[in-house]
Design a protein around this ligand. Structure first.
Ligand code: ATP
Ligand code: MG
Length: 460
C-alpha cells in the first residue's frame, strides 16, 4: 500500500519549529494590543463572489489560484453555491464589517487576524498552497478619520516596530501611491497608449494584461520585458493634487517617526482594490520570494462589496516567510530549546510520586519533563541530557531524606536540595546558565518567574 503524505504545497509544522511560530504570534498580538487593535476571526471559506468582486476577476489570485468548489444542496430548499477557500483575508474582514454594521458606531475599526490562507500556486521555498498570514485593517466612515494619511503612517510605523521586535534585521520598506480610482483610470489610459507600439514584443501575460488591466504589466518579472517596462510612464505623473498631498503627508509623518522607506514607482500590488498608498516590506535573505508583507489603502472596497463608504488601509504578512527569515538569522534549529528539569523516578514504584512532584513544579510555572522508573539510571541521564538543563533524581532514598538530587548538565555540579526549595533552586540555576548573549531560546521563556532578587550564584 502506498503511504499517505501531506498534500503538495501543504506541510506539517513540528516542534521545535512551532515554538518559533508561537513566539511570532505572541509578539504580533502584543504589538497589536499596544496599537489598540482587536482580533477578528472570519470563516476559512466564503462565497466565491466575495473574492471575485473584492479581489478582482483579473488578478492572478482569482483567475488561477483559488480553491473553488460547488457546494451541492442537501435539501430541496437549498441551492448549490460556489464556495472558495479564502486566498486572503481583507475581503472577509470588510464583508464582516458590512454585515455587522461596524461602521455605525462612527468609530474607526482596528482589526487584526491570524490564520491560514489557500492559493493554488507552484510550491517552492517561501511559497505554499496553505500558508499563514498575520494582518490588520483600519477601516471606518470618513468622519472617523479613516482617510487620513496619519492612519497610513501609523500602520507603517507599527509594522516597523513589529519587525524590529521580532528581531528581523535588514528589512526594506517600499512605498508608492497608486492614486484614486480617477487617477488610475487616467494612468491606465496613458499606459495603454505607451504599450500599444511595444506590447507585441512582451510576454504573453503582459499581452493579456495590456488588454484587461495594463497596471499589472508593472508586476511582470520576465527579464526580457524589463527594459520595455522601464520606458513606460510612471503613475506618480498621473496623480492629482489631492493624491499627491496625501502621499506627501504619509512620507512626512514617516520621516518624523524615523521610519526609513524607499519610493518604488513600480509597486502597484497584485490586488485590484488598492487606492493611494501601497507598500511592501522585503527581506534580502528570502531569495526570489522576498516579500515579507504587503498592503495598502482600499478606499472603495466596502462600496464594491455593497457596503457603505468606508475607506481603509491594511496589510498581510506571510508568517511562513517570517519564520524562514528568523531561522536563517538564528539558525535556531541547531539549538532546540530545553525544559528546565527532567524528573527521573528511580524504580517503577516511584512513578506516581514523581508525577506528583512534576505537577508541583509545573503548577509553579516551570516546564519539566517526566521520565519513567522502568528506565535504568543511565538511560534517564541520556534522555534528560537531550531534553532538559537539569536532572532531578527521586527514588526511595530521596523520599526518606526529603531531599532531591539535582544535577546540572551545563556545569556538572550535583546538589542535594530540599523539596520545598526545589522550584526556586531550578529557577536560579537557570539564571546563571543563560547562553552567551542572553536568553536566546527561540520561544517565550520556559518559566514565568516572579520578580526575583538577584542572589549570589548557588553553584559556588
Ligand atoms: P508574491 O509576490 O510573493 O506572490 P503576493 O502579492 O501574492 O506576493 P499578497 O497577496 O500581498 O502576496 O500577500 C501578502 C504576503 O503573504 C506576501 O507578502 C507573502 O509574504 C505572503 N504570501 C503570499 N502568497 C504566499 C504563498 N503562496 N506562500 C507563502 N506566503 C505567501
Ligand atoms: Mg502571489
Amino acid at each position: 500500500m502506498s503511504t499517505l503524505k501531506a498534500v503538495r504545497g501543504t506541510r506539517d509544522l513540528l516542534p521545535p519549529e512551532t515554538a518559533l511560530w508561537n513566539r511570532i504570534e505572541a509578539t504580533a498580538r502584543s504589538v497589536f494590543a499596544r496599537y489598540n487593535f482587536g482580533e477578528i476571526r472570519t470563516p476559512v471559506f466564503e462565497d466565491t463572489t466575495l473574492f471575485a468582486r473584492g479581489v478582482g476577476e483579473e488578478t492572478d489570485i482569482v483567475s488561477k489560484e483559488m480553491y473553488t468548489w460547488e457546494d451541492r444542496a442537501r435539501a430541496q430548499s437549498e441551492k448549490t453555491q460556489s464556495l472558495t477557500l479564502r486566498p486572503e483575508n481583507t475581503a472577509g474582514v470588510v464583508r464582516a464589517y458590512i454585515e455587522h454594521g461596524l461602521g455605525e458606531s462612527g468609530q474607526l475599526q482596528k482589526l487584526y487576524y491570524l490564520g491560514p490562507q489557500f492559493r493554488r500556486e507552484r510550491p517552492q521555498k517561501g511559497r505554499y498552497r496553505q500558508f499563514s498570514q498575520i494582518g490588520a485593517e483600519v477601516i471606518g466612515p470618513p468622519s472617523a478619520g479613516s482617510e487620513s494619511p496619519l492612519r497610513d503612517a501609523e500602520i507603517l510605523e507599527m509594522l516597523a516596530t513589529l519587525l524590529d521586535e521580532l528581531g528581523i534585521q535588514g528589512w526594506t520598506l517600499h512605498l508608492n501611491s497608486v492614486g484614486s480610482a480617477a487617477d488610475r483610470a487616467r494612468y491606465n489610459q496613458a499606459l495603454r497608449a505607451a504599450l500599444a507600439p511595444v506590447v507585441a514584443q512582451m510576454c504573453p501575460d503582459c499581452q493579456r494584461r495590456a488588454e484587461t488591466n495594463p497596471l499589472r504589466v508593472l508586476d511582470c518579472k520576465v527579464p526580457a520585458d524589463q527594459p520595455i517596462i522601464e520606458t513606460l510612464p510612471m503613475i506618480a505623473d498621473s496623480l492629482d493634487e489631492a493624491s499627491q498631498a496625501h502621499f506627501a503627508a504619509v512620507t512626512a509623518a514617516l520621516d518624523a517617526a524615523g521610519v526609513p522607506y524607499t519610493r518604488n514607482h513600480r509597486l502597484v500590488r497584485g490586488l485590484d482594490y488598492y487606492t493611494r498608498t501601497t507598500f511592501e516590506f522585503t527581506h534580502g535573505g528570502l531569495g526570489a520570494q522576498n516579500a515579507l508583507l504587503g498592503g495598502g489603502r482600499y478606499d472603495g472596497l466596502s462600496e464594491m462589496l455593497g457596503g457603505p463608504r468606508a475607506p481603509g488601509i491594511g496589510f498581510a504578512m506571510g508568517e511562513d516567510r517570517l519564520v524562514l527569515t528568523l531561522q536563517a538569522q538564528e539558525k535556531q534549529k541547531s539549538t532546540p530549546p530545553k525544559v528546565v528539569a527532567y524528573i527521573a523516578p528511580v524504580g517503577e514504584n516511584m512513578n506516581s510520586a514523581n508525577l506528583a512532584l512534576a505537577g508541583e513544579l509545573r503548577h509553579q510555572g516551570l516546564a519539566v519533563e517526566l521520565g519513567d522508573g522502568s528506565f535504568r539510571l543511565k538511560k534517564s541521564f541520556e534522555s534528560a541530557d537531550k531534553t532538559a538543563r537539569n536532572i532531578v533524581i527521586f527514588g526511595e532514598d530521596e523520599l526518606q531524606s526529603g531531599k532531591l538530587t539535582v544535577k546540572n548538565f551545563a556545569n556538572g555540579t550535583q546538589m542535594s536540595v530540599p523539596r520545598a526549595e526545589l522550584a526556586d533552586f531550578l529557577l536560579n540555576s537557570d539564571q546563571f546558565l543563560e547562553p552567551e548573549g542572553g536568553r536566546s531560546t527561540p520561544e517565550a521563556p520556559l518559566v514565568v518567574p516572579p520578580a526575583r532578587i538577584p542572589q549570589k550564584p548557588i553553584h559556588e
